[in-house]
Design a protein around this ligand. Sequence first.
Ligand SMILES: Nc1ncnc2c1ncn2[C@@H]1O[C@H](COP(=O)(O)OP(=O)(O)O)[C@@H](O)[C@H]1O
Ligand SMILES: [Mg+2]
Length: 353
Amino acid sequence: MSSSFAFELEDISFEYQGGQKALDSVDLSLPFGESLTVLGTNGSGKSTLLYILQGLLTPSAGSLKVFGEKTFTGPKRAKIAMMFQNSHAQLFSLTVVDELMFGPLQHGLSEQEARGRAEDIMELLGIGALASRSPWQLSGGEMKKVALGACLSTNPDVYLLDEPTSGLDPRSQVELADLAMKLKESGKTIITATHDLHIIEDISERSIVIGEDHRVLADGPSAEILKMNDILLKANLIHEHAHRHEGFRHKHSHFGFHEHLEGEVERAQKAVPQEAGAIPGKKGHQNMSDTGGKLKVLIEHWKEHNEEHARTYLEWAEKAQAEGRAELAETLREIARESTRLDELFKKAAGQL
Ligand SMILES: Nc1ncnc2c1ncn2[C@@H]1O[C@H](COP(=O)(O)OP(=O)(O)O)[C@@H](O)[C@H]1O
Ligand SMILES: [Mg+2]
């Protein structure tokens, strides 16, 4: 490799269509073989940064060098694998084994070699039992493992992992951290975006903190960063509200249904003043006199996930674009744009409660 740096970013900024700022004046040089955690609260710009490093998005301003050069060619892209925050945006094959064979087949391996590689990866990740299942019908955690497997299958030099541990049970989280360490020991460059402070010392020697203003607030050894309470507070990474919000977390499907919503509403109602006549946890015949309680929770929920959906549409648009399906990509972008209108309507409804 000609350069000792995998990525060199100088004064990189990014704005989405419509002027939404996502990154502001980011400087970052990452040598090959280093493992970096990108810490930041929701919306700080972590995913955007990873998209830029993968070449899915082009910076609005600043200079980016990948593997020492300013051009972003196909072969370079093949050396970088990204595990998307939302596995639905990444997985597309009919079965898990097909998903894991796809990359190797694209790289010119024979059917037999590709199958062998898929089997090795399933064994490594403990997902052999899922081989003939549809990736889209797996649990969130299982899906993450398959998505990671898909990255491993092409044996890239650089791994971009977007919130890899979210949705994983504690044992799987430890296994993932172990695997990240093994990859690092074998010389891979790993960039992990997360807001999970527990894992960062295990998975990375260095961390950067992105603030809510989309700027890098700190860059240094992970152990040092973890001690910077004022920075972590400013970046909204430690905050008592974060703990209160934990109770509202739930598994969310992108097929339009909200699996654990009833439990969530029930839990949320414990946190908001109960009004007479409310039926906790019953879906369907909602009591509309309870406009201060349940509906408020529901609107908050719709508001929160609308943004997440919008990003999923966009991720799919990027995939469609990459596959040369420009028309579909444009329609998906249009859906994403329209969903910003929904955002306004949710806000309007929240204001009318
Ligand atoms: N497709 C999009 N269109 C407009 N704004 C977006 C889009 N995707 C993300 N954003 C905005 O850009 C900012 C950074 O988002 P993102 O990189 O996804 O943050 P993170 O991954 O840290 O949660 C947020 O304010 C977010 O709302
Ligand atoms: Mg993100």
